[in-house]
Design a protein around this ligand. Sequence first.
Ligand SMILES: [Zn+2]
Length: 244
Amino acid sequence: MKSLALPWTLFLLFAAGSGSAAGACGPDALGTSRVLTLKHEYAAYGTVQYGPLPLQIGEVVLTFDDGPLPETLDRVLQALEAQCAKATFFMTGANLAKYPELGQRVVRAGHTPALHSFAHPSLKSMTTAAQLADLEQGMQSFGAVFGHAPAAYRFPFLEETPATLAVLKERKITVASVDVGIDDYKPNDMRSAALVERLVQRLHAAGGGIVLMHDANAATAEALPALLNAIRDNGYKVVQLRWE
Ligand SMILES: [Zn+2]
């Protein structure tokens, strides 16, 4: 009997531990249902431009672009923590260089870091040399903060260029586009209710997928608790992306 007692003790300790974590989120938290681990390779996901991620219907991947910024990051991280929801942050090299501590906070909170160019330029309007210089500078800023190269990259304005794409392929960096946006980057109705309505309509139309939001946008930061509630209340499950 004694040999059975130890595993049970461990089980109870584990159960108590996970129970208290769920309690910290509230029993009805959105949570993170699973982790999708991707290979360190060139691939491209997001049906706005490419093929879909291997997700089930009803699964969503939360992604945030353009940060990290001191004005909004706290609220965004708090909203995610309150729901135990994990996201991928596509950060610019310029913001990482300016606020390395904020980048580290994103990772310490359990989220996945990725790169979103250095200066967020319109790559299509630049020379090849200038495009590659932006990528290089972005890679350097990212490496300086996280100690490794980014596994994923999102083009600013989703504007893919052949020269940048060739380097991403060579370096086995995955390109992430989008399935569902909430248009929180253009002149628009930015009230929380409008952002929620857009999100829910488009999630229903797409059945889930990669959701693009902008953590650097004050309206999005303010709406995030309501956006996450809407994701939960409509039965969607959060999947976190990780790379091997
Ligand atoms: Zn952007």
